[in-house]
Design a protein around this ligand. Structure first.
Ligand SMILES: C[S@@+](CC[C@H](N)C(=O)[O-])C[C@H]1O[C@@H](n2cnc3c(N)ncnc32)[C@H](O)[C@@H]1O
Length: 257
C-alpha cells in the first residue's frame, strides 16, 4: 500500500495528514542516546525523512531532507530548514556527509532500497536506520486488540535483510530497548501503560491507525477497555507495568562502508 498525501509524501491516509504529528512525538532521551552512540563522532549529519526534526542533535551540523510540506512547516525555527527532496534521489555529491540517519521513515519510502543506496552514496561514515522489524511487530499484546493495525505495520516495514542488503558494507542490527516511561509516541512505547493508548491523540502519530476504519477503531477501544476493566489485560500482561525496558520490534541498523 502506498497512499500519498496531497503534498506528495507517501503512506499516510489522506484523511489523516500530518496535523498534530508532533503532539506525541517527543524524542525520548534514552533513544536519543542510542542514536548519538551510533552516529559516533560525526560532525555533518544528513537526516532523511526528517519530519519535524525529532532526534536532531544540536551537537551536529544537520542537513535535513523532508518531502512533506506539512512536516517541513512544523519544524521549529531553531532547526535547519529542511530541503524538499526524497531519499530515492538525494541532491548531494558523493561522500558529502560524515554520517546519515533515517528515523521511523524507510517504511514510507516508495523504494527503500534505492533510498538507502543513495544515503550510502552521499555518506562517508555510518548510515543509521531506526525502524521496526516486521517479523516482530505482531509479538506485542496490541495484536490481541488491534490486529489490523499491526498487520498493516508488518506489511509496511521492509524486511531487515532487504535494508542491510541495500546498505552493503558491515551492518549491525541492535534492538533498541524501550523505556517504560518512553516519551515518544509509537505503539510499543505504551507497552506497560495500555490505558494511554485509549486516547486517540496518543494513537495519532502512528499512521497505521489511519489505515483502519472507524468500526475497527471502535472494536479496539471496546475490547481493550473491557480487558482492563475485568483484569484480563493485567492477568496476561500486567508484568509489563513494572518492566523497566521492553525489547520489541524497534531496531537500529548501523552500516559502515
Ligand atoms: C513517521 S515520520 C518520521 C519523521 C522523523 N524522522 C521522526 O523521527 O520524527 C516519516 C517521515 O518520512 C517522510 N518520507 C516519506 N517518504 C519519503 C521519501 N521517499 N524520502 C524521504 N522522506 C520520506 C515523511 O514525509 C515523514 O516526514
Amino acid at each position: 500500500m502506498d497512499m500519498r498525501t496531497h503534498d506528495g509524501s507517501a503512506d499516510v491516509h489522506p484523511g489523516a495528514v500530518d496535523t498534530g504529528h508532533s503532539f506525541r512525538r517527543r524524542p525520548d532521551e534514552r533513544i536519543a542516546r542510542a542514536i548519538a552512540r551510533a552516529l559516533g563522532d560525526a560532525h555533518h549529519v544528513l537526516n532523511v525523512g526528517a519530519g519535524t526534526g525529532s532526534y536532531e542533535n544540536p551537537a551536529h551540523t544537520i542537513t535535513a531532507v523532508e518531502p512533506s510540506l506539512a512536516m517541513r512547516a512544523q519544524r521549529p525555527a531553531r532547526l535547519a530548514t529542511a530541503i524538499d527532496a526524497v531519499a530515492e534521489d538525494l541532491p548531494f555529491t558523493d561522500g558529502r556527509f560524515d554520517a546519515s540517519m533515517a528515523l521511523f521513515s524507510v517504511h514510507q519510502w516508495s523504494d527503500a532500497e534505492a533510498g538507502l543506496r543513495e544515503m550510502r552514496r552521499v555518506t562517508r561514515g555510518p548510515v543509521i536506520v531506526l525502524t521496526c522489524d516486521p517479523a516482530r511487530v505482531r509479538d506485542f499484546w496490541l495484536y490481541d486488540y488491534a490486529p489490523d493495525v499491526l498487520d498493516t505495520e508488518a506489511r509496511r516495514y521492509p524486511r531487515l535483510s532487504r535494508l542491510a542488503g541495500a546498505l552493503g558494507g558491515t551492518v549491525t542490527t541492535r534492538p533498541v530497548p524501550i523505556p517504560l516511561d518512553c516519551t515518544d509516541g509509537f505503539n510499543e512505547a505504551y507497552y506497560g501503560r495500555p490505558e494511554l493508548l485509549l486516547d486517540p491523540a496518543a494513537r495519532q502519530p502512528c499512521s497505521a491507525w489511519s489505515f483502519i476504519d472507524d468500526r475497527a477503531r471502535q472494536d479496539f477501544d471496546t475490547s481493550l477497555r473491557r480487558a482492563l476493566g475485568s483484569g484480563a489485560w493485567d492477568e496476561a500482561f500486567g508484568h509489563l507495568r513494572h518492566r523497566p525496558t521492553y525489547s520489541g520490534s524497534l531496531v537500529l541498523l548501523r552500516a559502515t562502508p
